[in-house]
Write a protein that binds this ligand. Structure first.
Ligand code: FUB
Length: 451
């Protein structure tokens, strides 16, 4: 990120970000999979896997992190962890979940310990954004369960559980340190009653359970939401009165849809609503190995059951509006057309690989009584360009135009400003990039000043 030459723009080559219109997928700059939501300090974080562009297998090298406070604008936090952070791992940064206990964040991951041989690892950090380190230097669990897809939960009595597995569903009781366990690996009973009748039957899979368990407790009931087969996967769920079962199959949460033969659930409550995260192949060039994370809002039925949901590219109502008079990271966006992100030398991420006509949409910007000026933190190793600010559509009312000069390097940051007229009330803000040449500018953050 601190080089003065832009590396190859691989995402544009594969077409990943040529523009989605709805609020799903929530990430439109890279392919993401296996969502794992976590609420901390009033923010909703979503950890994801990362399908490499052009993958023809689950080629995944790192995990990614995004966060929101309104469910429409997502901030890109980059990669908090990669398989290379585990000395013992050789690849396969597959499904993971991060949970908090006593102010520490425990990131349970799938990674390969030898080619095609996977294990469950753990990394720990003092913040949800990392940096995460492997505190034990070896896999946390290896077993005969098919060691992928960990999900962890700390019960009200302080006992923590780690479930995982494909084709089996297994669990261990984690110790209070969260990085070791006591007792043996337990195998969960799988049959039609516990995890659903599989049709057609499969000698290796006595129920619909495939993989991707998501374990949590709500109003005294334990939930196991999981990817179910046969392939293409749908999402099913079971419930139990205790943390280790016995489990009772409850039905389908999401049918097989969306152009990816896998799916992977993540369920969370945030600001009084319930959200179901999953993945599909909805982005351009998307499919089974180039997936994208999406989310649906839902309400539990009065008896605690989960309704069945379809995948949508919905236009969600934002939970509140965005204050443009405090600094907003440029990598906070509802929809991204053409742009990418990369690590920024000033910290966090910046928007990168910006071409003429690319744009970012930020939903629900509350200009209040009016804005007088706009500031942007920018860099350009080329000739720069213009950030044109439009309301409500990429060609809507033009409220200002900010010129970005050449700054002598893609990470040589300068703050530029321009006058604003005609911005008051709540609008979607489109930041439209204009200029000539291959790449125009990089963009770290922006802020308006009130009139
Ligand atoms: O993303 C790689 C694997 O695909 C995950 O571990 C599974 O849950 C499936 O989504």
């Amino acid at each position: 990120a601190d080089s003065d030459t832009e590396p190859e723009d691989t995402d544009t080559l594969s077409g990943v970000n040529s523009g989605a219109t709805g609020d799903n997928p929530i990430v439109q700059t890279i392919y993401t999979a296996d969502p794992a939501p976590l609420v901390h300090n009033g923010r909703l974080y979503v950890y994801t896997g990362h399908d490499e562009d052009g993958s023809t297998w689950f080629t995944m090298n790192d995990w990614r992190l995004y966060s929101t406070t309104d469910l429409v604008n997502w901030t890109d936090h980059g990669s908090p962890l990669a398989y290379t952070d585990f000395d013992w791992a050789v690849g396969d940064a597959w499904a993971a979940q991060c949970i908090e206990r006593n102010g520490k964040f425990y990131f349970y991951v799938t990674a390969a310990r030898a080619a095609g041989v996977r294990a469950i690892g753990v990394a720990v950090a003092d913040s949800p954004e990392g940096p995460f380190v492997d505190p034990i230097g070896h896999p946390l669990v290896t077993s005969d369960c098919g060691d992928i897809d960990p999900t962890a939960f700390v019960d009200d009595d302080g006992q923590a559980y780690l479930y995982w597995g494909n084709p089996k569903l297994c669990y261990v009781r984690l110790n209070e340190d969260m990085v070791s366990y006591s007792g043996s690996v337990e195998h969960v009973t799988m049959n039609a009653e516990t995890f659903g009748l599989r049709t057609p039957s499969d000698p290796d899979r006595p129920s619909t359970y495939e993989e991707g368990p998501w374990f949590y407790k709500r109003e005294g009931k334990y939930y196991m939401v999981f990817a179910a087969g046969p392939i293409s996967e749908h999402i099913g769920y079971s419930t139990a009165d205790g943390p280790t079962g016995p489990w009772t199959y409850r039905g389908v949460v999401m049918p097989a849809q969306g152009g990816s033969f896998t799916n992977h659930p993540g369920v969370v409550d945030y600001k009084g609503n319930s959200y179901f995260f999953y993945h599909n192949g909805a982005l351009p060039m998307g499919g089974g190995f180039t997936r994208s994370v999406a989310v649906e809002e839902f309400s539990y039925n009065p008896d605690g059951s989960i309704p069945s949901m379809d995948m949508t590219d919905c236009d969600r109502e934002g939970l509140g509006s965005l204050n443009p008079y405090i600094r907003t990271e440029a990598e906070t966006m509802a929809t991204a057309s053409g742009v990418e992100t990369e690590a920024c030398s000033e910290g966090g991420m910046n928007v990168s690989f910006v071409n003429d006509g690319d744009s970012i949409r930020v939903i629900g910007v509350n200009f209040g009584g009016g804005a007088a000026s706009f500031e942007a933190r920018v860099a350009s190793g080329a000739d720069g360009g213009t950030i044109a600010l439009h309301l409500d559509s990429p060609s809507g009312t033009l409220i200002g135009s900010c010129t970005v000069p050449a700054t002598g390097g893609w990470q040589n940051w300068e703050t530029v400003s321009c006058a604003i007229t005609g911005a008051s009330g709540i609008h979607d803000l489109y930041l439209v990039f204009e200029g000539s040449g291959d790449y125009l500018l990089n963009f770290n953050w922006w802020r308006f000043d009130p009139a």
